[in-house]
Design a protein around this ligand. Structure first.
Ligand code: PLP
Length: 431
């Protein structure tokens, strides 16, 4: 089955248009170099994870040191100071409502862990999982099964999603891109509040909505709906966590405390694979979630946790969440100026350094090929990496999410190259 017109091949399988990609050989800061000596500004932090930029000496030293001592022990056989230290620091950041961190190798596995813990919490008695349309929670069958991302599910048939309920924007709310309070309330009623095991929500959407924030009032209403129904609130901070949105976690400003927080990407800033699920006291009280969740062979391996610990300390020492807010405001203004000159782009959206340039809905609807994919390809030719997002012509966008450490010169260069690439798309000289 092919996606409907207007869906993004580039979002369905990132960069999946069959074109030949450059061969990366080294990287430093916000620049990646290919085997022909060309440099690319990493305007997307890879797939929105290289939060510290490439080649940070403190992180590399910690990795080297850990690799020389010990790369792998399993938690069922040994404890390890790096893993214990990371848990302590993550819990200190997350606050007193959490008691445990379950480690995985990716964000998808962290979503899986949260889903399994939610099912176990209800002793299998509740199975419905509510998520928004659009949303993205991972590529494994369970995580994709609850994702409101039709292009990434195209051709797969039903996944493990007999219990998944995507909550869409009602026709009356056509001016919005994500569901509001009424739509969530209606979904709880439709499904039956006592059937809902969990709600999973991103504080700011990424691959699916293209940096559309979930309003704080919606997050607060979701907390209330979960409290009255007994469902668990799972916040997916895989893309937003560890400073990207201008705060340590994207949900903090809402004042809401989720029961489970799913993380990945920024936890290690892309230096090594790791994900984590933070477990609140209310979830399976009196039990070890780590033991109940079983986990993955390499989840929490010392090389990954030592790396993540170094990343966390660097993030704190350099106040990168605040930096993301400050630099994000500057970048947003520049993107607005760039978009104002181009008829196919709308005003930038997002938060902190999780920003997107939306393709105007009318332009997306009438384009012969998805404009977001075309923009990303043109940007690459101009030495800039950006990332396509969106599930349809309404949400189509280009994510502009550079490392939180991006310097002034790199930021200027990002703007220059983006402007050139967009001008080429506008003039039709990009092919
Ligand atoms: N959740 C969100 C919000 C994401 O953005 C992603 C990845 O893009 C995932 C989950 C899945 O994480 P991973 O790709 O590490 O499995």
């Amino acid at each position: 089955m092919t996606p409907d017109t207007g869906l993004l091949p580039g979002a369905a399988a990132v960069g999946g248009s069959g074109r030949i990609r450059p061969t990366a050989v080294r990287a430093s800061g916000a620049r990646v170099y290919d085997d022909r000596g060309r440099d690319y500004i990493d305007g997307s932090s890879g797939p929105v994870c290289v939060n510290l930029g490439h080649g940070v000496p403190e992180v590399l030293a910690a990795m080297r040191d850990q690799a020389e001592r010990i790369c792998m022990v399993h938690r069922s056989q040994f404890s390890h100071p790096a893993t214990a230290g990371l848990t302590e620091e993550v819990l200190a950041l997350a606050g007193p409502r959490y008691r445990e961190v379950v480690y995985t190798n990716s964000g998808s596995e962290a979503t899986e862990t949260a889903l399994r813990l939610a099912m176990l919490h209800h002793a299998g008695g509740r199975t419905a999982v509510l998520t928004q349309l659009p949303s993205y929670h991972g590529m494994t069958a369970g995580a994709l099964g609850v994702s409101g991302h039709p292009p990434r599910r195209a051709g797969l048939g039903p996944l493990h999603d007999s219990s998944a309920v995507s909550v869409p924007v009602a026709p009356a709310g056509a001016d919005r891109l994500v569901p509001g309070r009424q739509e969530w309330e209606a979904a709880f009623e439709r499904v039956g509040p006592d059937r809902v095991a969990a709600v999973v929500v991103e504080p700011v959407g990424g691959a699916a909505s293209g940096a559309v924030p979930t309003p704080d009032a919606v997050l607060r209403r979701l907390r209330e709906l979960c409290d009255t129904s007994g469902a668990l609130l799972v916040v997916d901070e895989v893309m937003t966590g560890f400073g990207r949105t201008g705060e340590w976690f994207g949900h903090l400003r809402s004042g809401v405390t989720p029961d489970l927080v799913v993380t990945g990407k920024g936890l290690s800033a892309g230096y090594t694979p790791i994900g984590a699920c933070l477990v609140g006291h209310r979830v399976l009280p009196g039990h070890s979630a780590t033991d109940l969740a079983f986990g993955h062979t390499m989840g929490g391996n010392p090389l990954s946790t030592a790396t993540a610990l170094a990343v966390l300390r660097y993030t704190a020492a350099h106040r990168l969440p605040e930096r993301a807010a400050r630099v994000g405001a500057v970048l947003r203004e520049r993107l607005a100026a760039i978009a104002a000159d181009l008829p196919f782009l709308g005003a930038p959206r997002g938060r902190g350094l999780l920003l997107a340039l939306p393709v105007r809905q009318d332009a997306a609807a009438h384009a012969r090929e998805p404009l977001a994919g075309r923009i990303c390809a043109a940007a690459e030719r101009h030495g800039l990496i950006v990332y396509p997002a969106g599930i349809d012509h309404r949400t189509q966008a280009v994510l502009v999410t550079p490392p939180l450490t991006i310097g002034d010169e790199e930021l200027d260069e990002l703007g220059l190259r983006l402007r050139r690439a967009l001008r080429a798309v506008h003039d039709g000289t990009d092919r």
